[in-house]
Write a protein that binds this ligand. Structure first.
Ligand code: ADP
Length: 629
């Protein structure tokens, strides 16, 4: 039994191919985790790194509380089952299962006991004397499972174990492996490219694409709340329908307008988390709806389409069709505008019929047409507020506040501005007041719908806030994006300060031993690195680490200021002071690099030393996009 932690894991193969990028997951004891994605997305590479069959380029892998990056596979207490079974052809089933235990010098009676127990669990007791070639694919896969089982490992790793089996056997083995997981009470990590396997077996699923994790979630959350179009299309058969549309809000309803001019409507309440920018009737949006979430009728209203194919699967029927273009209407040769509808217990639909489709408004999905990321995030990434400036004050939500100095400078003569406000920039305070219409749980946070004109302002609130309350709040002005005349004139102050620097070592004798000390060098600031981090950078980049430039990132909260004469730190010249009302920063320059540091209200100096602890520093490669530690 074991939990696992993968922290910022990367794999760059010797040929420079980056197969796995920034893979992070905490796997609890006894979970059944499935890695799924198309061929080549990095599933097996990740599994093999966990097994110790592939080196980890960067990142930390923990099994239990032990960092195992450099631990031999045999010491990791894991067992792996391969797609190819990897059985020894000249050995009997018994010998195949006993082989690993004999290598570990386990006493024969215990080996026998374990093999017989595993054989019983897998229902292969009768075949123990057979050779693998005398067995079917399904039986061989059981032997491969048995060989893993006898080792009683903490973690089972399974790499496409069922892909050589026929469909019927695969379905049966799926159930068996799930049952095995339940009875063993062990952690399973399972790789497959088959979304049905993933959905039926996993307690959680990691969907991957091109080396990047797309979403980690339970099967039902992946199905109901896909993070992007890729996940939406990957999970579910037949696949989700996608259409290029525009959305136009009129009061309580939103029209979904197709390229051919056809429309369906959904209540605004169902899509109120979609930012108003997408609801203006002009912004291209991708509409997604699963085949099982569309109803069909022979008369309108609905999306008119012609049936081009009917797949009867017994009680379910997949009706394929094409939406009309309203010029040639249904000239079957048009590309695009295909639609699939899944209907149950209907045999009255035939090829050539013209029918009408109505999407279920509770099951609609919308994605940004460029990023393909959902527009229906559980927590909307930002709100928009209109504000009016008179040069001295800013009116927002009917309240006037003194114009923060930074805003004043950026605005110039602009009177009308738009503020992009992330929910986290709305904090308890006394500047504004809105009524809480609704509160819902989202990712363990309380998301409040604050009634704001005919839409909502979304804020994160604590447990004391109730529906119906008047919520008093302020805005963190340094966290907003400000637009004037359609142009971005102010961007948020990031939470991290990023500095370029070098890496060095010194070797000293301590009690007769040679000891290495590593340093982050930024300008004249030489910060001794945490030894573990230092060794890690050296291990990843080899001796070129002393020639490379690194990006050192440190949380702004972790930065200390020291007077010019006091202590160590990066000497910096103050270029300007920035007053955001709620918080002040100094723009400083050091080693040719400019950055912002937070300052106290009474700060007044033209030179400072900037200091931080090495344990607060994250180090990134500047050669490839990779976090080293
Ligand atoms: P999956 O298991 O999802 O099919 P893999 O993890 O096997 O994908 O491979 C991920 C990517 O890494 C693929 O593009 C593959 O071609 C590449 N790759 C795998 N092994 C090596 C290797 N030894 N050297 C270079 N590239 C590799």
């Amino acid at each position: 039994m074991a939990n696992l932690k993968l922290s910022h894991i990367y794999k760059v193969y010797d040929n420079g191919h980056k197969a796995v990028n920034d893979f992070c997951i905490d796997i609890a004891d006894r979970e059944f985790i499935v890695f799924v994605g198309p061929s080549g997305c990095g599933k097996s590479t990740t599994l093999r790194m966990i097994a110790g069959l592939e080196t980890i380029t960067a990142g930390d892998l923990f099994i239990g509380d032990t960092l195992v990056n450099d631990m031999e596979p045999k010491d990791r207490d894991i067992a792996m089952v391969f797609q190819s079974y990897a059985l020894y052809p000249h050995m009997s089933v018994y010998e195949n299962m006993a082989f690993g235990l004999r290598n570990r010098k386990m006493p024969e009676p215990e080996i026998k006991e374990r093999v017989l127990k595993a054989a019983k669990m897998l229902d292969i007791e009768e075949y123990l004397e057979r050779k693998p070639k005398e067995m079917s694919g399904g039986q061989r896969q059981r032997v491969a499972l048995g060989r893993a089982l006898v080792r009683d490992p903490k973690v089972f790793l399974l790499d496409e174990p069922l892909s050589n089996l026929d469909a019927k056997l695969r379905a049966a083995m799926r159930t068996e492996i799930t049952a095995l997981h339940k009875s063993l009470k062990t952690t399973f990590i399972y790789v497959t490219h088959d979304q049905v396997e993933a959905m039926t077996m996993g307690t959680r699923i990691v969907v991957m694409k091109l080396g990047y994790v797309q979403q980690i979630d339970t099967p039902m959350n992946l199905y109901n709340e896909p993070y992007n179009k890729f996940v939406a299309g990957f999970i579910g058969t037949p696949q989700m329908n996608f259409f290029d549309v525009k959305l136009k809000r009129q009061g309580d309803t939103v029209s979904v307008i197709f390229t051919n001019g056809d429309k369906v409507t959904v209540p605004y309440e169902k899509v109120s988390k979609i930012h108003s920018h997408y609801l203006n009737g002009d912004t291209p949006v991708i509409f997604g709806i699963r085949p099982e979430h569309i109803s069909l009728s022979k008369e309108g209203p609905g999306l008119k389409f012609i049936v081009t194919n009917v797949e009867r699967l017994g009680n379910e029927t997949n009706v394929h069709g094409k939406l009309g273009d309203h010029l040639g209407e249904f000239t079957m040769k048009d590309e695009g505008n295909g639609i699939i509808v899944k209907v149950v217990d209907r045999d009255d639909i035939a090829v050539g019929d013209v029918v009408y489709a109505t999407p279920n408004p509770n099951k609609v999905h919308f994605f940004d047409s460029e990023t393909e990321i959902t527009l229906m995030n559980k927590i909307p990434p930002y709100n928009t507020l209109q504000a009016v400036s008179d040069g001295r004050s800013l009116e927002i939500l009917g309240t006037r506040i003194a114009l923060p100095a930074v805003y004043k400078e950026a605005l110039g003569n602009a009177a009308s501005v738009e503020l992009s406000v992330p929910p986290a920039a709305i904090v308890p305070g006394s500047e504004y007041q809105l009524k809480v219409s609704r509160i819902e749980k989202a990712d363990d946070k309380n998301l409040a719908y604050l009634a704001c004109g005919d839409s909502y302002l979304f804020a994160l609130v604590d447990d004391s806030v109730r529906e119906g309350d008047l919520y008093n709040f302020s805005l963190l002005y340094d966290k907003l994006t400000v637009f004037a005349g359609g142009k971005e004139i102010l961007t948020p102050v990031p939470d991290e300060v990023e500095l370029l620097g070098r890496f060095s070592k010194t070797e000293v004798k301590e009690n007769g031993d040679r000891v290495l000390h590593f340093f982050y060098n930024i300008g004249d600031y030489s910060l001794e690195a945490d030894p573990q981090q230092g060794y890690k950078i050296n291990a990843i980049d080899g001796d070129s680490c002393y020639k490379n430039t690194y990006k050192y990132s440190v949380s702004r909260d972790a930065i200390r200021l020291a007077g010019e004469e006091e202590g160590a730190g990066l000497k910096a010249n103050v270029k300007e002071l920035l007053d955001y009302g709620n918080v002040r920063f100094a723009r400083v320059e050091a080693d040719g690099q400019e950055f912002l540091i937070r300052i106290a209200p009474d700060f007044n100096a033209d030179k400072v030393r900037v200091a931080f602890d090495s344990k607060d520093v994250s180090v990134y490669s500047t050669r490839i996009d990779m976090k080293l530690c």
